[in-house]
Design a protein around this ligand. Structure first.
Ligand code: ATP
Length: 522
């Protein structure tokens, strides 16, 4: 039987949360994220990651890949292309169904997403509502056009979110293609090749990280809803006769999560309740594989510094479930604008493989060596996570205004921190300190994401690194020259310790990987 995992504990106290606009301002000021093409007035729903942002984003993807692919025997990865045969999107149902309901203003022509405007203005839930019900709510609550303020909002045709493009020099229908709206379908389309090439035996997963594009009617809330974003997804395939048989779920038996079931919502509840995975299974609220992947994902977030009190799992109610899903749970985060989806985890059964078998006429079945029969595997869980929303979660939960220091401290997990170590000479006008500091920097930069800074007082340099989330700063002073040692300063406690220069790389490795605590250095 699998050994039970220890539940990571949230260490930091809960400070006041920033608004999403304040977070966007902070991200721009520090070089995490910019509005795309700002010098031309910006482009709504598109963002560019700056020097600190690209490092943080890469670290998130690296940690995800490491935990979900490289350290598992049962998951392999692919990197599919963004443009793919349009038949893929016909078979998956995206061409027909990947739509949002739009409301258009008869006066000024402004288009808005109907469910969002009703929720915002009328403060009622729109989960699972269709166009006529949304129109009724627009009338009933006198929802006005946010641009011109008139009562002229009318439900328009459903709006397909896929971006169209043309491939090659010809025009017309035969040249039409789509930018992928999700990474998942590339996994299904390559299922057979991957399974055979990597000699995967059920149960197994195929993972992918990559860009996705959705022509959102009204992108908003900064990185939360954009038109170009990234996803980290897994399709986890199991034998159709063994869909309830998860050998790993015991690892999480006593793992506790905030839970909001569809039953609780049906009774009008919106408050979650803490439950152990075992309790959910005993009460048959969820199937074992689904529970396993939800706990695995939750554990990944908390292990890298997300606060468990800001996370919950919510089961979709019947009306909001996608046509292909037999059960869906979202991992939700308590964003400043409410509890919202961070990651969707659906049980898709054999829907997608069957669709592609039908549409392509190809045999995508799996040869079961035990029974010598061909079967079509079921996807018992599809963890589908947005990189950009994940980026926000780690920033929100790391952000603290420290009133003693009178500056912002980003308590990012060292594995995620954009800069791991900063190196400073105590004084920039002392040649010998500068030379010694640059030498240490040159050595450290071979192994760590490192920054050298000699501008301003040492206090200002520490403050800049606290705001960037840099876990450790190394300072070279006059004693360093005589004793061949340096000061390491810890971002979270501001404590300092002296270590020998020759031991510095090894100590930094241990600190950054969590093998030793800073306190051990005293
Ligand atoms: P929502 O209901 O918020 O539109 P969704 O249910 O359509 O999300 P999925 O299709 O399940 O989203 O996509 C998986 C993940 O991709 C989401 O949980 C989210 O993290 C991310 N994602 C989806 N759409 C966007 C977007 N427009 N901008 C940023 N991330 C997104």
């Amino acid at each position: 039987m699998a050994e039970e995992r220890k539940q990571p504990q949230t260490k930091q106290p809960q400070p006041k949360k920033l608004t999403i606009d304040e977070m966007a301002t902070f991200c721009k000021r520090k070089g995490f994220v910019y509005q795309n093409s700002e010098i031309y007035g910006g482009m709504s729903g598109f963002f560019d990651y700056g020097p600190l942002g690209v490092e943080l984003k890469n670290n998130i993807k690296h940690e995800w890949w490491k935990a979900h692919v490289q350290s598992r025997q049962d998951v392999v990865g692919i990197d599919g292309s963004i443009i793919t045969h349009p038949k893929v999107w016909e078979a998956s149902g995206h061409v027909a169904n990947f739509t949002d309901i739009m409301a258009k203003c008869g006066k000024c022509g402004n288009s808005v997403r109907a469910d969002h405007i009703v929720e915002d203005k009328a403060k009622v839930s729109t989960t699972g509502l269709y166009a006529p019900q949304l129109q009724e709510l627009i009338f009933k609550h006198k929802v006005k056009c946010p641009r011109c303020g008139t009562d002229a909002l009318k439900i328009a045709q459903p709006f397909n979110l896929m971006f169209k493009t043309t491939v090659g020099p010809s025009e017309g229908k035969e040249a039409e293609a789509y930018l992928r709206p999700e990474t998942a379908q590339l996994i299904f389309a390559n299922f057979k090749l991957v399974q055979e090439n990597a000699r995967m035996k059920l149960p197994f997963g195929i993972a992918q990280i990559g860009k996705a594009f959705r022509n959102e009617i009204s992108p908003r809330d900064f990185l939360f809803r954009c038109r170009e974003f990234e996803q980290m997804e897994i399709e986890y395939f199991v034998h159709p006769h063994k869909v309830e048989n998860c050998p790993y779920v015991d690892e999480f038996s006593s793992y506790e999560i905030n839970v909001l079931t569809s039953e609780m919502q049906k009774k009008g509840g919106s408050e979650h309740k803490k439950m152990k995975i075992k309790e959910m299974l005993d009460k048959k609220l969820i199937l074992p594989w689904h529970a396993y992947w939800l706990a695995f994902e939750h554990n990944w977030f908390v292990g890298l510094g997300a606060k468990s009190e800001n996370l919950r799992i919510r089961q979709h109610v019947k009306e909001e479930k996608s046509h292909y899903a037999t059960d869906t749970w979202d991992l939700e985060y308590n964003f400043p604008f409410g509890w919202k989806e961070l990651e969707g985890i659906s049980n898709r059964s054999d829907y997608d493989l069957q669709q592609h078998i039908k549409a392509s006429g190809k045999d995508l079945g799996y040869f079961d060596p035990e029974t010598s029969a061909k079967v079509v595997p079921h996807v018992v869980a599809e963890p589908s996570l947005g990189v950009d929303r994940t980026f926000l979660v780690f920033l929100f939960d790391a952000y603290e205004y420290d009133s003693k220091r009178e500056n912002i401290v980003l308590h990012l997990n060292p594995k995620l921190a954009p800069i791991k170590v900063a190196v400073f000479p105590l004084l920039s006008n002392k040649e010998e300190l500068v030379t010694a500091a640059k030498k240490i920097y040159d050595e450290l930069k071979e192994d760590f994401s490192c920054l050298y800074d000699e501008a301003g007082s040492i206090g200002k340099r520490y403050a800049r690194m606290d705001e960037a989330g840099t876990p450790f700063c190394v300072t070279i002073d006059f004693d360093s020259l005589a004793k061949h040692d340096v000061t390491i300063r810890d971002r979270d406690s501001t404590k300092q310790a002296r270590v020998k220069i020759k031991e510095l790389p090894n100590i930094l490795w241990q600190l950054l990987s969590g093998k030793i605590d800073f306190g051990n250095l005293h």
